[in-house]
Design a binder for this molecule. Structure first.
Ligand code: WTA
Length: 663
């Protein structure tokens, strides 16, 4: 890896798409924490060769109650970091700022979809977290009990996460876009004792009735004893039925709570902090478990260096708290650094596609962290939604969630960054807990579409695929070769499965599921998943989950879900379905099946296309050949080895049906 590029003031050195290099703009570099490659390499080497010194120094500012005695212990499936340490994560995010001027610094700046603003200082955020923690204790929720959070993007969602952390009750945040069924599954799998929710959330001018979905889900989830409801909209806009003995008003509980009962429960380093469900290759989402010290340490240090966050920054991460980015880079990372975090409730196109830029100007946002799918949608909407905005407060941009295509990268750089802001393209996963591959904004030249290099403490490789028949376009296997502090500690309820899922493809290494390539500078370009996980507008969805949902419908015999490239969403979902005997296909049934997925899983997973076919292509041993369906869905020629196919006519029939529809 080299960094000898001339400073071209943000202009590319080569006009070749994707192969251009953009050195850090001088104005950014001059005030960055790490501003040259030597310094970076020194820290990187230290993080691997002398990790004790590295992590001790870099986490010195966290508020811990007992220092660790051993950095890590690692014998799968057991993974421990900061052994012997004790802390409460919420104290590092709140209490440590209560002395001096930081107490009155704004921690959360809320922008509601209808346009109102609300600010909470660190003192006020602390007060509310303490009150909710006390209220939870008063409802009999204790250390170790699981609490589900099913809310929109309101400050109370962050308050809820921190209050759970404060009493040592692992939270499981369920994205508000998940349907009642999907929520019920997660409540049952985690054995949640309480649900924190809100009456409804604004979404694109409409109301998303969250509490109503909780009512349906809780009927199927006997572990839930308490539901606490925050009134975002009020009884008039969103009338509710409160069930006595189970449902409580958020405001009333907080008013009654005794602040003494909101004390921070001091827990061991490996005490579970949260469970977050994500999709894998099976029909059932897995509860990824993260614990306290290691997760916090990594969230803290990555935020500090990758966003180079400063006291005067106004930081805006557009991710929903229901996803890992909303955990690490809306809540724990920025708050443990004492940042001011902008929280936006609504859709990026409400009232129009200029909304993010209006928020940037209104709140003087300096750091913006968003997703490629949003960037592509802005591009598509047209420059007129950007042009009238000042955007001069911005100094750093970030991208996360899926590969960013060079075209979108360049648009982001020119139109939003005005060629002055470095872009960090950060690669990571729910399982990794924090950013693993990136550039440092004051150090590395960036390249459109290429994430960068491993962060401190991360040793990554791209290994040749073990399967010789693997598609050469999907690159090598991206693996992580050493443990890191925020790595997943297990799959909730199934601690052994983690070994088989993540550490067996490449023995002893963590395999991410992603394909990647390494370029001549040692930069890693992530190409996307090599497994059956899709990214639909940045939402992670397992094809097996879609299929298992479809075969749950009375008409469906078999189903296969595949992704096809999509200009804005990155990938679109296409499903092929065969029906049970005596059931007839029709456009109406296809629409019904799409609705079925939307109501069982969530609207974000609604397929772009449902195609009913007489039968699905299979191998002689009866395995559905999804590879062929992927070609068909993308209107590509059916490629690769067809010799194992049981009946070649099936493929021709599907091609005919599919192309007739497209016409
Ligand atoms: C993809 C999101 C390319 C990748 C934080 C990974 C990316 C999956 C990038 C994890 C990036 C995330 N470049 N691909 N910068 N960031 N991905 O768990 O396929 O929702 O495996 O975590 O997103 O998705 P998850």
């Amino acid at each position: 890896m080299r960094n000898q590029e001339r400073d071209t003031g943000g202009h590319p050195e080569h006009e070749d798409h994707g192969n251009q290099k953009f050195p850090p703009p001088e104005a950014f570099r001059a005030r960055a924490r790490v501003r040259d490659l030597e310094h970076f390499q020194h820290l990187y080497r230290e993080s691997l060769e002398d990790p004790d010194t590295f992590w001790r120094r870099e986490t010195e500012d966290l508020l811990v109650r007992r220092h660790w005695t051993k950095l890590r212990e690692w014998k799968l499936p057991k993974i421990e970091w900061f052994v012997g340490g004790e802390l409460n994560v919420s104290e590092s995010c709140l209490d440590r700022f209560l002395e001096g001027p930081t107490a009155d610094k704004v921690a959360l700046r809320f922008e509601g979809e209808p346009g109102e603003t609300r600010s909470l200082t660190y003192r006020e955020l602390h007060r509310q977290v303490v009150a909710l923690a006390a209220a939870l204790r008063a409802r009999g929720i204790e250390k170790g009990d699981r609490v589900a959070i099913y809310m929109g993007m309101v400050p109370e969602a962050v308050i809820a996460m921190l209050a759970c952390a404060r009493i040592g009750a692992p939270h499981t945040v369920v994205f508000g876009g998940f349907a009642a069924e999907a929520l019920a599954d997660r409540l049952n799998d985690s054995g949640a004792k309480a649900v924190l929710t809100q009456d409804g959330a604004y979404r694109r001018g409409n109301i998303l009735p969250l509490k109503a979905a909780v009512d349906i889900a809780v009927d199927e989830a006997p572990s839930v004893e308490t539901v606490i409801v925050f009134r975002r909209l009020g009884q008039e806009l969103c009338p509710l039925e409160m069930r006595p003995g189970r449902d409580y008003e958020w405001a009333e509980l907080l008013a009654q709570a005794h602040p003494d009962q909101g004390y921070a429960e001091i827990v061991e380093a490996e005490h579970p902090l949260f469970i977050l469900y994500t999709s894998g290759s099976t029909g059932k989402p897995k509860g990824i478990l993260h614990t306290s010290y290691g997760y916090l340490a990594y969230a803290h240090v990555t935020t500090k260096y990758i966003f180079d966050i400063r006291d005067d920054d106004i930081y805006f991460c557009t991710a929903d708290v229901g996803w890992i980015t909303g955990h690490t880079y809306v809540t724990y990372g920025p708050l443990s650094n004492g940042a001011t975090v902008v929280l936006y409730e609504g859709a990026p196109n409400q009232p129009d596609w200029g909304r993010f830029w209006q928020i940037v100007d209104k709140h003087k946002v300096t750091i913006l962290y968003t997703a490629p799918t949003a960037i592509r949608a802005f591009m598509r909407a047209g420059d007129e939604f950007v042009d009238g905005h000042d955007l001069s407060s911005l100094r750093l941009l970030g991208s996360v969630g899926e590969p960013i295509n060079p075209e979108a990268w360049l648009w982001y750089h020119r139109k939003i960054g005005r060629e002055r802001c470095p872009i960090v393209d950060t690669w990571w996963q729910t399982e990794t807990g924090g950013i693993m591959i990136t550039t440092l904004p004051g150090v590395h030249a960036t390249k459109p579409g290429t994430a960068g290099v491993p962060f401190f403490g991360v040793k990554a490789s791209v290994l040749p695929p073990s399967d010789e028949a693997a598609d050469p376009d999907s690159g090598g296997l991206l693996t992580i070769d050493e443990p890191w502090p925020s790595m997943l500690r297990g799959i909730y309820g199934d601690p052994e499965r983690v070994v088989q899922q993540y550490f067996s493809t490449v023995q002893g290494h963590y395999f991410s599921g992603d394909g990647a390539k390494v370029d001549e500078d040692g930069y890693i370009r992530v190409l996307g998943r090599t497994d059956d996980v899709l990214k639909l507008s940045g939402h992670r969805v397992g094809t097996a989950e879609i299929e298992s949902c479809l075969v749950g419908h009375g008409a469906v015999a078999e189903a296969a879900a595949v992704g096809r490239p999509h200009d804005i969403k990155g990938q679109a979902l296409v499903v092929f379905v065969s029906l049970k005997p005596f059931r007839r296909g029709s456009p109406k049934l296809e629409a019904e099946l799409a609705d079925h997925i939307a109501t069982e899983i969530g609207r974000f997973a609604r397929p772009d296309e449902v195609c009913i076919v007489p039968s699905l292509p299979k191998t002689r041993s009866g395995k559905i050949m999804r590879r062929l369906l992927k070609n068909i869905a993308a209107f590509e020629e059916v490629r690769g080895d067809l010799s194992t196919l049981e009946d070649r006519d099936v493929v021709d029939t599907i091609v005919q049906i599919f192309s007739a529809r497209a016409r």
